[in-house]
Design a protein around this ligand. Structure first.
Ligand SMILES: C[S@@+](CC[C@H](N)C(=O)[O-])C[C@H]1O[C@@H](n2cnc3c(N)ncnc32)[C@H](O)[C@@H]1O
Length: 274
């Protein structure tokens, strides 16, 4: 059992743990230190499409290898947060030796207290229950932010892609492989959108999966699709696919071949359009 869970259980059980609770304890790690092998580190960053415009935050950054590789090989900037001070000191040394000190930062910090908003890419090699505890914060990040997790998924938020890599030297588990999962944070488009002339588009969203019903008064059509960051791709009835970009309060239907851009939809504040 990891120690944060143990202390929560301790808090629930009260008396047997009182002595332990009265003893001041340092902040402890929720996940043990195990490094991501170099070829897996590169594959994680490639899977996220990391480039010079990216800012990578590695949650529980260990010896700093993911952030340092993101900077050195892919030209990104990065932040590593790590609860063990010795590992942070080691990471800073490694970054200096790799010549990426100016583009990288390592902090002794609890990953649960870290501001994730500056990230365009979040990387993690944690544990299933830690991933699940982080999930609401990951889902609330800016649409288009990529998340890559080594080995563990995010429960029923299915990844957009999963890769399996051979890792013959793996010291944990029976399978000598690593699984890498990629998610792109979807824009939040759930709800009612209103178009010209009182037309209504109702979208039901579950992570990246969408169901939409278009109500044009005398005609009602339903369709399903997906959202990739801010881009919706819907399968229209009779093969008439449509795509749109979600920009906060506005959905813009993209032009399709030979046709100008379609309608623009505005998020409704009420229960009906028109
Ligand atoms: C499995 S290691 C991964 C290290 C590195 N990201 C990698 O992939 O090589 C997990 C790291 O998370 C750190 N860690 C655990 N709980 C943490 C917490 N609450 N806040 C910050 N770091 C934590 C551990 O000390 C450990 O170094």
């Amino acid at each position: 059992m990891h120690r944060r869970l143990a202390s929560l259980l301790c808090a629930a059980a009260l008396s047997p743990c009182i002595a332990a609770q009265l003893t001041p304890t340092p902040v402890v790690e929720d996940v043990p230190f195990i490094t991501t092998p170099d070829h897996v580190t590169v594959a994680m960053l490639e899977l996220a499409g990391v480039g010079p415009k990216d800012h990578v935050i590695d949650l529980g950054s260990g010896d700093g290898r993911i952030v340092i590789t993101a900077a050195k090989r892919f030209g990104a900037s990065g932040l590593g947060v790590e609860i063990v001070p010795e590992l942070v000191a080691q990471s800073r040394n490694h970054a200096r030796r790799a010549g990426v000190e100016a583009r990288t930062r390592f902090e002794v910090q609890d990953l649960f207290a870290t501001d994730l908003a500056p990230a365009t890419v979040v990387t993690m090699y944690l544990l299933p229950e830690v991933n699940l505890a982080l999930r609401p914060r990951l889902l609330a990040l800016a649409p288009g932010t990529r998340i890559v997790s080594h080995d563990w998924d995010l429960g029923d938020w299915a990844p957009d892609r999963t890769l399996t890599l051979p890792v013959p030297q793996k010291t944990i588990g029976l399978e000598k492989t690593s699984r890498l999962h990629l998610w792109t944070v979807p824009a939040r488009v759930n709800g009612l959108w209103c178009g010209a002339g009182g037309t209504a588009l109702r979208i039901e969203q579950r992570y990246q999966v969408l169901q939409a019903t278009l109500d044009e008064g005398k005609e009602r059509r339903s369709t399903s699709g997906r959202i990739d960051g801010t881009t919706l791709r819907m399968l229209g009835t009779a093969g008439m696919a449509w795509a749109a970009t979600a920009d906060g309060e506005v959905l813009r239907t993209a032009p399709t071949t030979g046709k100008p851009a379609g309608p623009t939809w505005r998020r409704s504040g009420g229960a009906a359009c028109g």
